[in-house]
Design a protein around this ligand. Structure first.
Ligand SMILES: O=C(O)CCC(=O)C(=O)O
Ligand SMILES: [Fe+2]
Length: 300
């Protein structure tokens, strides 16, 4: 998945460029902790409501009573049980974790990719790990994951002591297809969605005590996209699929403040159209899939 790591400020740190973790940055100056007015932590002002598919204005914010449709998220709670979770984590911990950016560690099962040069290498990749076979099979029972054939698995390990986080970003769309599927293990967290667009977003009023439905009869309110952050609450052992607008229009991030305990995210990615039926690189895509789905893998 990610670009090749290395460098960093010391042996225990995988950061480079502008990325920072608590190891290379040191503790935050008290001023920042004591002065939220001078240094506001970007606070989500909307929360995603899975039942309604809406982003709903937080009660404590100026957007209370307002909502807007937030398509492209599919969330399943208790996708795996506690025994399966501890077994998976135990197996992951038998392999090495590599230091990555922003205080994360990672294990990657997939082709080596240079996203800037749009080049990939198949050698070294021997498949997704065997413990994922059953999980991937289970995904297919849901219509949102029909014909989902993952060709990459990336495990990311977040710890509060390291200040682990991931900055707002889009996942690559040259190699990776529409659906990003992630399992959230060991602790709950928040996936923070933001959008840099200069456009305006239409908010609608909604009636929380009645139904979650938006009320199209009263006039909408327009606000800049840039002022909006949508929090998607991810329970422990839940599975989330990002597609459509949530994949291509909104960036996703995990902020440091939302890592309260050790957390592991397991992301599965499928191939883009270029690497599937009728695409320019269909042959290479087929080769990758055949390797991935042997489920005999070790981290690359
Ligand atoms: O940790 C997460 O939930 C997000 C990970 C992610 O966005 C990525 O690996 O691209
Ligand atoms: Fe991502």
């Amino acid at each position: 998945g990610e670009a090749v790591q290395g460098g960093g400020a010391g042996p225990a740190c995988g950061c480079k460029g502008i990325r920072r973790c608590l190891l290379c940055q040191g503790p935050a100056p008290c001023l920042i902790l004591l002065c939220p007015f001078l240094f506001p932590q970007k606070q989500g002002n909307f929360t995603y409501c899975p039942a309604a598919g809406l982003a709903v204005g937080n009660e404590c914010s100026e957007f209370a009573g307002w909502a807007f449709p937030f398509p492209g998220v599919f969330l399943l709670e208790e996708f795996i049980n506690p025994d399966e979770e501890s077994q998976m984590v135990q197996l992951m911990d038998q392999d090495d974790w590599k230091l990555s950016q922003s205080g994360r560690r990672k294990q990657d099962y997939g082709p080596k990719v240079n996203f800037k040069k749009k080049k990939l290498k198949v050698d070294g990749f021997i498949g997704l790990p065997s413990f994922s076979q059953e999980i991937v099979q289970r995904m297919k029972a849901h219509s949102a994951l029909e014909n989902f054939f993952p060709v990459e698995q990336c495990n990311l390990d977040y710890l509060p002591e390291r200040g682990s986080a991931i900055d707002p970003h889009f996942d690559d769309w040259w190699l990776w297809g529409e659906r990003l599927v992630s399992l959230n293990l060991l602790s709950k967290t928040v996936l923070s969605m933001s959008c840099d667009s200069e456009d305006s977003l239409q908010l609608f009023t909604h009636k929380p005590n009645n139904s979650w439905d938006i009320d199209h009869s009263s006039p909408p309110r327009l606000i800049p996209y840039k002022e909006v952050t949508v929090d998607i609450l991810l329970p422990r052992r839940s599975l989330i699929v990002l597609y459509g607008d949530a994949r291509y229009k909104w960036k996703h991030a995990i902020y440091r403040k939302h890592i309260e305990h050790r957390r592991i995210c397991v992301t599965f990615r499928e191939l883009s159209a270029e690497f599937t039926l009728g695409g320019k690189q269909e042959k290479l895509g087929k080769e990758l899939l055949e390797i991935a789905l042997t489920f005999q893998g070790k981290p690359v």
